[in-house]
Design a protein around this ligand. Structure first.
Ligand code: PMV
Length: 326
């Protein structure tokens, strides 16, 4: 008899070199490698219980029953686990987040990382970090990066077995701090699953992907050398490149709001005045301002002075997926 229930916690992550576009949409094989760190203060907690009596998978997110595409995506992930474990029972999945969903704070990353962990364990599988990362990637590409701890690289490779994320520095390695300016809490008009499919329609995507090996090398070395200025330049350039692709896709995707741009300008000004800060923006209007731990209060004060942001979430680098007793 397999243990049929398990609970896992996973954090979202912020990419410093971003993933946009797939080599294979079905397998979610990313077109370019990416680098991120996990956000230790934000978390998704997911329990999975396989039950022989259920007639179909059930999903509760923050207490609300889900159906349609949201449920289907979870069922697809559960189907992978069921086929790996050789079981057929439906599952009851309960998930809670301590941060707003669908705002460009990658809730899908922590969601599919926690789901991969909880579902595989509830099905009696004992997967290593690499296998869990591959499994999480099938639900959401960036979820592969929420499995290992700390600073992580997700390899863009042509085969399922080679496209996984691994840690190259632990969460304590460098005292970075992400100050997330929540510009909007509303759901994104175009989610990343659709967005990835549009990447190739931009003539800029090929150049962005070709240059990604250089950006990965510079970013990884800057993190290992704790060279903030180099990291700031390469991460902002990378974020701008991804948004340039988004803005020039067909149809075009424009995620920025006026407040997004206001913060981008402010961050560049603060950096030129000597404050260690840079911005990076995912598929939404929120701005992640990365700084060093010692400058956290100063950065928050400056954001508050702008007057346009009411919610700021902060997080230091965090651990990978882990299991808790329920
Ligand atoms: O994992 P997805 O399919 O939600 O893609 C995430 C894409 C970005 O957040 C925009 C960039 C990244 O690398 O996290």
């Amino acid at each position: 008899m397999i243990m049929n229930k398990a609970t896992a916690i996973a954090h979202p992550n912020i990419a410093l070199i971003k993933y946009w576009g797939n080599l294979d949409d079905e397998l979610r094989l990313p077109s370019n490698s990416s680098i991120s760190f996990n956000l230790g203060s934000l978390e998704t907690r997911t329990s999975v219980e396989f039950e022989p009596d259920l007639s179909g998978d059930q999903l509760l997110i923050n207490g609300e029953a889900q159906s349609g595409q949201v449920l289907q995506r979870v069922t697809d992930q559960l189907d992978l686990v069921r086929s790996m474990a050789g079981i057929s029972d439906s599952a009851r999945v309960t998930s809670t987040n301590n941060f707003p969903m669908g705002t460009g704070i990658a809730s899908s990353a922590s969601a599919f990382a926690a789901l991969a962990g909880a579902a595989s364990r509830a099905a009696g599988l004992d997967l290593d970090v690499k296998s869990l990362s591959m499994l999480a990637r099938r639900g959401s590409g960036s979820a592969a990066r929420s499995i290992p701890a700390g600073f992580v690289v997700l390899h863009a490779e042509k085969s399922n077995e080679d496209a996984y994320a691994e840690s190259f520095a632990g969460p304590e390695y460098w005292d970075l701090m992400d100050c997330i300016c929540v510009v909007s809490r509303t759901h994104k008009p175009t989610g990343s699953t659709q967005g990835h499919q549009l990447a190739e329609t931009s003539p800029l995507q090929a150049a962005r992907v070709t240059d990604s090996t250089r950006r990965i090398r510079i970013c990884r070395e800057a993190i290992l050398d704790k060279d903030f200025e180099t990291l700031a330049e390469i991460a902002e350039a990378d974020s701008n490149m991804m948004h340039a692709v988004m803005m020039t896709s067909n149809p075009q995707l424009l995620y920025w709001e006026p407040a997004t741009l206001e913060i981008m300008h402010a961050v560049r000004r603060w950096r030129s005045e000597g404050l260690p800060v840079f911005y990076t923006i995912d598929a939404g209007p929120n701005v992640h301002i990365i700084t060093l731990k010692d400058y956290r209060s100063q950065v928050i004060e400056k954001i508050n002075q702008l007057g346009s942001i009411t919610t700021i979430l902060t997080s230091k680098p965090g651990y990978g997926v882990r299991f808790i007793d329920t």
